[in-house]
Design a protein around this ligand. Structure first.
Ligand code: MOS
Length: 737
């Protein structure tokens, strides 16, 4: 099904099942231990051996020699895989060949060996016996030191152009009566999902099956096949339940490649989970940024000039953190420029983490807006409303399909009690606590991706949905069931959803907050194909047929849906595809507003978030309960980004020092006392037949800035280097506060 015109009224608009806050249909499986993760597939392959990964002990250089004798001779050891004996590994779409390093070492904890043994304990003990002699060479680990030599990044599909300019920024900025020129830094961050990267791999001749934890099944199959040099059709990837991804599982990582190589070497199934202390340096992370923002405005607050430059680093051949994307689209202003510069670093690979680009970008832009508001003596909500735009400010002929930023800000301000905020900072005190409020706009683009599904109708009138789509904790099972139920006129209990298997039709996968909107559209397309078959089988006019309550009605005749299966099964497959021209004509984005109240201890500067509110406008909300869970999770992650998450770089040896969950801090329940989420009641007919957009990443966008702005409002101290920890506040607090 090609989606090339804004959707008119369709089966989904009945909203009998879609749009309801239904419980997750996979909830009972999760609660009863019957939703196995990759490492737990004891049922499939009880004879699996265990692989333990050895990570490089240097960041850059080469392996001079490796002594495997002791490891090989250790009890229970079945095989030791290294780059020397693994056979040729090719580069996939991602640089998958480098998932097994040696002799060249590209980054710290790059995998250099897999030790396979009968038991996990044997494999772990033997891995300790691998002796490596390194020749270390100096590397580049300090983004700030390399900033001035960083080059304009090459454009790629995630960034679009890496430099944009409209009008005469420099001239307009110089002429502006009010000018702001500030620089912010965001640190490297880790996805830190609960389930580690894990894979169970088994060969049957030259056919490979991997049970793994991966957001994007088809990318995974392609990359594994290419890397191993086997035909794509020989690789099956299964990933039905995933314990969090956040972008860290978009790509094949060392666990999958090494499990496959280990299973080949040991001639039996092998399972590998990346040990937690390895994950932070072995896998990808959100790269640190330095961001300079300049805004020129009139005394009335109207922006005339806006510039956003971002510097980030990555391994040779890598890409930039696209932290300027939102600045191209969020506020009006005739004269503008953005640029992304990239330094070559020898730290682990930087890549996508929840709202790549916008999340760290808004941590800078939305603080800059707060600083501008203060300089203007304006309310920060009013400043944002004044500078709203209903068209793409770089290409004014392009409108937004829907843009409710102003409504989000207004509604949020009202609901949060924004008028109780003291305009002058550091003036509200409750006992030991300095209290402040902050606001930030939320913005994230809505991306369209083709997505396929197959649906089966059986003679009991049950419909089974099959797609290689994944549920990374987001609620995919449930919204796909809702979609099929609505389209086929069935109650939710009549739908079964099977996900995450490469034998099923290729979906959009889970990434970039595109999963919900696109995968439901794919299931809708397949269901519409099934409806045509059903009508044909029953001798009803497909155009007139109504599907409701398990019955099909047309031309005065009503027949049970199940009858169309004729004692067997009807199977239909289709996919949603988009007309690129449609998304070029108009900009599809999601919007929101975050409000945060914090208390800061007047002596210790301990920061406590007191309450949070998000108002989101993201098209039709398919399931308000699972969507809310997405948003409160993202808000929590935003608090982590503002206050604690920080991969500390050892700039001499080139690695992230705090590489476990004791040293890499994320919020716990006690850090998050009160969250509220409001979804504006809207539909975006230009997005998909379901008129929905993504919300899972919108929820984090702007949160960090809202926290930072609340801290400023509480204390009068502006910290521009995240995370905002109490030591940074303490050293800047006026004494005797
Ligand atoms: Mo997302 S960071 O594209 O999983």
């Amino acid at each position: 099904m090609k989606f090339d015109t804004p959707a008119t009224t369709n089966a989904i608009d009945q909203l009998k099942v879609v749009g309801k806050p239904l419980d997750r249909i996979d909830g009972p499986f999760k609660c009863t231990g019957s939703a196995p993760y990759a490492y737990e597939r004891h049922d499939v392959l009880p004879q699996a051996a265990y692989g333990v990964v050895v990570g490089a002990g240097i960041a850059k250089g080469r392996i001079a020699s490796m002594d495997l004798a002791a490891a090989r001779a250790a009890p229970g050891v079945l095989a030791v895989v290294t780059a020397r004996n693994a056979g040729k590994l090719a580069k996939g779409k991602m640089n998958t060949a480098k998932l097994l390093g040696g002799p060249q070492i590209d980054h710290y904890h790059q995998a250099i060996a897999l030790v396979v043994a009968q038991t996990f304990e044997q494999a772990r003990a033997a891995a300790e016996l691998v002796r490596v002699r390194y020749e270390s060479t100096p590397g580049a680990y300090d983004l700030a030191a390399l900033k001035d030599s960083a080059k304009t990044a090459k454009p790629n599909e995630n960034t679009g152009p890496t430099e944009t300019a409209v009008g005469d920024f420099a001239g307009a900025f110089d002429a502006a009566p009010v000018q702001l020129d500030t620089t912010y830094t965001t640190p490297d961050q880790s996805h830190a999902m609960m389930e580690p990267h894990a894979t169970l791999a088994a060969w049957d001749g030259d056919k490979l099956t991997v049970w793994t934890s991966n957001q994007m099944i088809d990318w995974g199959v392609s990359d594994l096949a290419r890397t191993l040099g086997v035909p794509k059709k020989n690789v099956r990837l299964i990933s039905p339940f995933i314990g969090g991804g956040f972008g860290g599982k978009l790509f094949v990582r060392a666990d999958a490649l090494l499990a496959a190589l280990g299973a080949r070497a040991a001639r039996r199934p092998v399972k590998v989970a990346l040990q937690r202390p390895l994950i932070f340096n072995n896998t990808t992370h959100r790269p640190a940024t330095i961001q300079r923002i300049r805004i020129g405005a009139g005394k009335d607050g109207r922006i005339s000039a806006i510039a956003h430059e971002s510097w980030s680093g990555d391994l040779p051949g890598g890409g930039p953190e696209a932290a300027v994307l939102q600045t191209r689209l969020l506020y009006a202003g005739a004269h503008r420029m953005t640029a992304m510069r990239l330094a070559e670093l020898d730290l682990p690979e930087g890549n996508a983490m929840r709202a790549p680009g916008e999340a760290p970008g808004l941590m800078a832009l939305e603080v800059a807006m707060d600083e501008l508001a203060e300089r203007l003596g304006m309310d920060p909500v009013a400043l944002r409303i004044l500078n709203d735009t209903q068209v793409d400010p770089e290409k004014p002929a392009r409108p937004f399909t829907q843009r409710s930023l102003v409504q989000c800000l207004r509604h949020g301000a009202e609901r949060f009690g924004w008028n109780a905020r003291q305009a002058s900072p550091g003036t509200r005190r409750e006992g030991r606590w300095l209290v402040g409020m902050g606001v930030a706009a939320a913005f994230r683009n809505n991306m369209l991706q083709a997505s396929g599904a197959r649906v089966r109708l059986d003679s009991q009138g049950r419909v089974t949905v099959e797609t290689d789509m994944t549920d990374i904790g987001t609620g995919t099972y449930t919204i796909l069931a809702q979609t099929a139920a609505e389209t086929m006129g069935l109650p939710l209990e009549r739908i079964t959803v099977r996900l995450g298997d490469s034998l099923m039709p290729v979906s959009c996968g889970s990434g970039g907050q595109w999963g919900a909107a696109n995968s439901t559209a794919g299931v809708y397309a397949a269901c519409m194909a099934l409806r045509r078959q059903v009508a044909q089988k029953l001798g009803l006019d497909p155009a007139a047929a109504q599907f409701a309550d398990g019955q099909v009605t047309a031309g005065g005749r009503t027949v049970p849906l199940a009858q169309a299966a004729g004692g067997g099964e009807l199977v239909a497959e289709d996919k949603i595809e988009y007309d690129k021209a449609l998304s070029e004509k108009a900009q599809q984005s999601t919007f929101g507003a975050h409000f945060v109240e914090v208390g800061v201890d007047v002596d210790s500067c301990e920061i406590r978030v007191r309450r949070m509110l998000a108002v989101c406008a993201a098209g039709r909300i398919l399931n308000p309960k699972s969507a809310r869970s997405q948003v409160i999770g993202a808000m929590t992650m935003g608090v982590g980004a503002a206050l604690m998450e920080d991969l500390v770089v050892d700039k001499r040896r080139g690695f992230f020092v705090n590489h476990d969950l004791a040293g890499y801090e994320v919020p716990v329940h006690a850090d998050i006392p009160h969250q509220e989420v409001v979804f504006l009641d809207e539909v975006d007919a230009s997005s998909t037949p379901l008129k929905a957009k993504g919300v899972g990443e919108l929820g984090i966008c702007g949160v960090g800035a809202a926290v930072a702005n609340a801290i400023y409002n509480a204390t009068g101290v502006r910290v521009r280097d995240y995370p905002i920890t109490l030591d940074k506040l303490l050293e800047r607090m006026p004494t005797g506060a």
